[in-house]
Design a binder for this molecule. Structure first.
Ligand code: PEP
Ligand code: MG
Length: 543
């Protein structure tokens, strides 16, 4: 079992030690270790200027509160109340005063004082026997992370002034969204392949591995290579130099002749922002198959206006032109929902749910952005009823009417992500959609009631998903609907090969998997041709 092959050799200095690690994202990277948790804990306990620290704290709180206000104003009903409750928690005066007095009396830094105060409240909640109180622990943790990331944001970035291997407890999407280019790899103490954070890391093309009990000092040189299954910690000077000059390896070099095999396949890229792909990669693919837009909202320090969104979508449209871009409407959930939406039931009818205004603005922005290049398409996530499709289509027409530009804008294609139990059970309702994207990450959760962030047996995951994928792809082929698989199964070496062998032809994956996908397709086509030639030969000799 692939997932079980997780005990690899790690080299520490000149000796060799066994280190257990799970590979979450493949790749190669080397640099100096940096413990992300340490910036909170060790470096900055005492301060020189308490007034400055007080200011830093107030700015961080104000910044977060005004973000929350903006979102709150865009919501109705229960969602609005939840955001408001979260905002009260952030601006709690008891907490604020405790932080101020620690800064003043103990000359503590804003971050350190805040951690101490929040941790104290969390400890009190933990002691309580009241279940409701216990539930609030997660809220406190969340607020703590949000406020701390605002206090430390600048510092966090400045600290990476060379190739860095980040060491964290767990990768959170908010860490990855603003990641410095100097981060060449990540080691986490826990994590799994299908978590949204892992997906984001894959899109950034850097390796991510999990080592349960990692304990490495800052600035120790580390090299991670998931292909040789080796991590080198503090190697001798020559080895270190070799690593530093190696650059990113590319084992799957392509030659032009082989590329022609691709024409029968529909390859696309998954991105979370315009920066996630090179224009030169576009020549191998049909277009951008999945642009996960919720990350734009998580990344931005404030709520994105229609104008700001329009500019981003225009940028992607221009960069991809003349290839298409499937812009997926925001899909907030799990670890990629902003903290203020965490408790909201977003499984209901998406378009008319609490995020209605957000969807409307997003659709308007996409339509406006499409006026320039005409290569944008809209994709609905987590669709459960075909009525949602019609409502989105109606709203698109309304926006076009209002803009009075029906004739100027080429009709926008509207597709769906097939990833819910209900949609899978009622495939026939989806005969007239413009395109289909199979979201295997969510579909597996919906069909088998598993938790996607806890899937550990990838071989089993692949096996259980082949049949549902076949059902959807057969349906799409029968009705001439372009389709592709965009879940993580499309960017895993083993499952990709299995899908090829079960006749799948449409795949959407992060750019970091592109060369490997082409390599696997070429090998597969050559193999198939060989066995066909052999069969033909045998038949001839029989005759
Ligand atoms: C999926 O569910 O397979 C998918 C591609 O969407 P996401 O991972 O963003 O939920
Ligand atoms: Mg999904």
């Amino acid at each position: 079992r692939q997932w079980r092959r997780d005990v690899w050799f790690g080299r520490i200095s000149k000796g060799t030690t066994r280190v257990n690690f799970n590979i979450i994202v493949n790749g190669y990277g080397a640099g100096k270790a940096y413990n992300l948790d340490e910036i909170y804990m060790l470096e900055t306990v005492k301060c020189k200027n308490p007034y400055r620290e007080k200011r830093v704290f107030i700015d961080a709180i104000n910044n977060y509160v005004s973000d929350l206000y903006e979102i709150e104003n865009k919501m109705q009903g229960e969602g609005k109340q939840i955001v408001a409750a979260h905002r009260y928690l952030v601006s709690d005066h008891v907490v604020g005063n405790e932080v101020f007095s620690r800064i003043k009396l103990n000359s503590e830094t804003a971050g350190y004082a805040y951690i101490k105060v929040i941790d104290k409240h969390i400890a009190e909640l933990k002691k309580s026997h009241n279940e409701l109180f216990k539930e609030r622990i997660a809220d406190f943790e969340d607020v703590k992370y949000q406020v701390l990331s605002r206090i430390y944001n600048k510092k966090f970035k400045q600290n990476f002034n060379g190739p860095t291997i980040l060491i964290v407890n767990e990768v959170l999407p908010s860490m990855i969204l603003n990641l410095s280019k100097n981060v060449k790899g990540i080691i986490a103490r826990k994590g799994s392949t299908l978590s949204h954070a892992a997906i984001l890391v894959k899109e950034k093309g850097i390796p991510l591995i999990v080592i349960k009990n990692i304990n490495i000092k800052n600035n120790t040189f580390i090299a991670i290579d998931t292909q040789t299954k080796l991590i080198d910690i503090n190697p001798d000077a020559d080895t270190k130099k070799a690593y530093q000059t190696r650059g990113r390896i590319n084992t799957y070099k392509l030659n032009d002749r082989k590329k022609t095999y691709l024409k029968n396949f529909n390859l696309q890229l998954n991105i979370s922002g315009p920066e996630d792909f090179l224009q030169s990669s576009l020549k191998h693919v049909d277009g951008i198959g999945l642009f996960r837009t919720e990350h734009l909202f998580l990344k931005s320090p404030h709520y994105l206006s229609v104008e700001e969104q329009t500019l981003i979508y225009e940028k992607v449209a221009l960069k991809s032109f003349p290839k298409y871009v499937n812009i997926r409407l925001v899909d907030f959930k799990g670890d990629k929902s902003p903290s203020y939406l965490k408790n909201l039931d977003l499984n209901e009818f998406l378009f008319f749910g609490p995020l209605n205004e957000i969807y409307k603005e997003q659709i308007e922005a996409i339509i406006r952005a499409n006026e320039k290049y005409g290569n944008l398409r809209i994709m609905i996530p987590m669709i459960r009823q075909i009525e949602e499709y019609h409502h989105v289509r109606d709203y698109m027409n309304l926006v076009l009417d209002n803009l009075n530009r029906v004739r100027l804008t080429p009709a926008l294609k509207l597709g769906v992500m097939l990833e819910t139990f209900e949609a899978f059970e009622n495939l026939n309702d989806y005969k007239t959609v413009d395109f289909i994207s199979i979201g295997t990450n969510d579909l597996s959760t919906e069909l088998y009631l598993t938790d996607r962030s806890k899937i550990t047996d990838y071989v089993y995951h692949t096996k259980s998903m082949i049949e549902p994928i076949k059902t959807i792809s057969k349906f799409s082929k029968r009705h001439n609907i372009p389709y592709s698989i965009c879940g993580d199964l499309a960017s895993n070496t083993d499952s990709f090969s299995k899908l090829l062998r079960s006749q799948e032809i449409g795949f959407s994956f992060p750019e970091s998997f592109l060369n490997q996908a082409i390599y696997l397709i070429n090998t597969y086509v050559v193999e198939k041709k060989k066995s066909k030639d052999l069969r033909d030969k045998k038949q001839k000799t029989k005759k």
